[in-house]
Ligand binder design. Structure first.
Ligand SMILES: [Zn+2]
Length: 223
């Protein structure tokens, strides 16, 4: 069963609220709860919270407590290096070269990113570490931010990510959550998908859109 902890939304005094406790008992009156509890209900129900937790069911309506579950799939294509186009192989070589120029004295794990712009320009980035660890930045964001700063009017069409250690290509790695969020913003900004190639030493994963790497994402549409 799905369990929720729900955060603050809004409240209207013009409707009746139906409150459910974890034991599924309910009342049609306000009924304050003074502790957190778990609740199970349909995903599309309307949640209203104001210090206390309520579920809005509307006037004289009741909520049936039924859990709904769905699956989100991420389409991924898998290639061997020799199956890629010459252009894509060049992007990967560019990312590998960039990885070797990373500043990674602490992890000794070098990451290179090659951002391919719609005009064919390639902007590279690599991880930039810092003794104060959170001050460093991932290769993907170094490249994406530089592309945004240098070519703000040119859409991003693809990005390659590769990791090397002692100059040897490692198994594929995938962008961290923060980099995925920036990739998503890039797609929204230019209104076109960014093809992502995750290059490993034995295979390459290709994903056609950053949005699929970040399901149930937060974007400007939520503001
Ligand atoms: Zn990252």
């Amino acid at each position: 069963m799905l369990e929720f902890f729900i955060v603050i939304a809004v409240r209207s005094k013009s409707h009746t609220y139906v409150c459910y406790q974890h034991n599924r008992q309910h009342t049609k009156n306000y009924r304050p709860f003074h502790h957190f509890f778990k609740i199970q209900c349909k995903l599309n129900q309307y949640f209203i919270i104001n210090q206390n937790l309520y579920i809005f069911a509307g006037q004289n309506h009741e909520i049936s407590i039924v859990m709904e579950q769905f699956t989100i799939e991420i389409p991924v294509q898998q290639f061997r290096l020799n199956e890629l186009s010459d252009e894509e192989k060049f992007w990967i070589e560019t990312a590998v070269i960039s990885s070797k120029q990373a500043y990674a004295p602490y992890s000794e794990f070098n990451v290179g990113a090659a951002v391919v712009l719609a005009n064919g320009q390639i902007v590279t980035g690599n991880n930039q570490e810092n003794a104060a660890y959170p001050s460093g930045l991932c290769a993907e964001r170094v490249a994406l931010f530089y592309a945004g700063a240098r070519y703000p009017d040119v859409p991003v069409k693809a990005m390659v990510v590769v990791a090397t250690k002692n100059e040897v290509i490692q198994p594929y790695i995938s962008p961290c959550g923060s980099c995925r969020q920036v990739l998503l913003e890039t797609e929204k900004r230019y209104q076109q998908p960014v093809r992502i190639l995750l290059c490993g030493n034995d295979k390459v994963y290709a994903i056609d859109s950053a949005e699929s790497l970040l399901p149930l994402s937060f974007s400007a549409e939520n503001l």
